[in-house]
Design a protein around this ligand. Structure first.
Ligand SMILES: NC(=O)c1ccc[n+]([C@@H]2O[C@H](COP(=O)([O-])OP(=O)(O)OC[C@H]3O[C@@H](n4cnc5c(N)ncnc54)[C@H](O)[C@@H]3O)[C@@H](O)[C@H]2O)c1
Length: 262
């Protein structure tokens, strides 16, 4: 790899000409990330379990003058993810960026946690991160480059008394999976990093938002005193998708207003 010219360095955050795949593209953060990548120049493939729920994201990307393609696929089903990757490559010719946003949360006291619910969280958050990474990692290996951004959480960093036995464990696994893939795939010129946010007010955290006592507990733990906003996630994701982060791999970037600092 050679030194960048001033012009290349000026454009190092640009995603012009890049193709991104975003899983969970119908969710609050998925839609924000897909739109944010498009704002910085990328064409975007958005995936979710049903095509209908992806239409609003597709519209937002297309309104920015970028190409968008919605593909239905369950991230826990390898055959569906393979078919999605093939359709994306057939349409766009390559995949430069993968952001694995799909995920769920279920909270119960650990001593009462239904095993079925625990397994469902692990299946969607961990296996549902691994499968898209594996499938699109193979596309990137073939191409000789790629940027993978997983979505972990501050719950990967420390425990929490609010019933996070499954969610925290799953996000801890996503963080370690990120480091594992980074070390295995550096030789293929694939960067693998994770965005690990604190709480956003989305449907996923509705029950916390509606519980004033719990909401205060969350906000009291964040030195900057507020929840995360979509732009906080977009800034880090664009950085990790761009040439500005070419020498960064295996990192878990906490987007958390200082929550994990002390
Ligand atoms: N909201 C927060 O406070 C917060 C904080 C830290 C991390 N995160 C993580 O960010 C990601 C997105 O969260 P969000 O708040 O946008 O949630 P959301 O519920 O709005 O979106 C999640 C999306 O994932 C999709 N999904 C679930 N299971 C799937 C499956 N098997 N196959 C395909 N898609 C599936 C859902 O349909 C939904 O569209 C999640 O991984 C979450 O753990 C969220």
């Amino acid at each position: 790899m050679k030194e960048m010219s001033n012009q290349e360095m000026k454009n190092m955050f640009s995603l012009e000409g890049k193709v991104a795949v975003v899983t969970g593209g119908a969710g609050s953060l998925g839609e924000g990330v897909a739109t944010g990548l498009a704002l910085h120049g990328a064409d975007v493939v958005v995936t979710g379990r049903t095509i209908e729920t992806l239409q609003s994201t597709v519209k937002k990307v297309e309104e920015l003058g970028k190409r968008a393609l919605a593909i239905a696929c369950d991230v826990t089903n390898e055959d569906q993810v393979k078919a999605m990757a093939k359709q994306a490559v057939d349409a766009f010719g390559k995949i430069d960026i993968l952001v694995t946003v799909a995920g769920i949360a279920k909270r119960f006291p650990a001593e009462e946690f239904p095993v079925e619910a625990f397994e469902q969280v692990m299946d969607i958050n961990v296996t549902g991160t691994f499968i898209p990474c594996k499938v699109i990692g193979n596309v990137m290996k073939e191409q000789g480059h790629g940027k993978i951004i997983t979505v972990s959480s501050v719950r990967a960093f420390a425990g929490h008394p609010g019933g996070y036995a499954a969610y925290g464990t799953s996000k801890g696994a996503v963080a370690l999976l990120t480091k594992q893939l980074a070390t295995e795939w550096a030789k293929y010129n694939i960067n693998v990093n994770s965005v690990a946010p604190t709480i956003f007010w989305t449907p996923l955290t509705q029950e916390v938002l509606e519980d004033e006592k719990l909401k205060k507990i969350f906000l009291d733990r964040i030195p900057m005193g507020r929840a995360a906003l979509v732009q906080d996630m977009v800034g880090t994701t664009v950085y990790l998708s761009s040439a500005a982060s070419d020498f960064i791999t295996g990192q878990i970037i906490y987007v958390d207003g200082g929550c994990t600092a002390g």
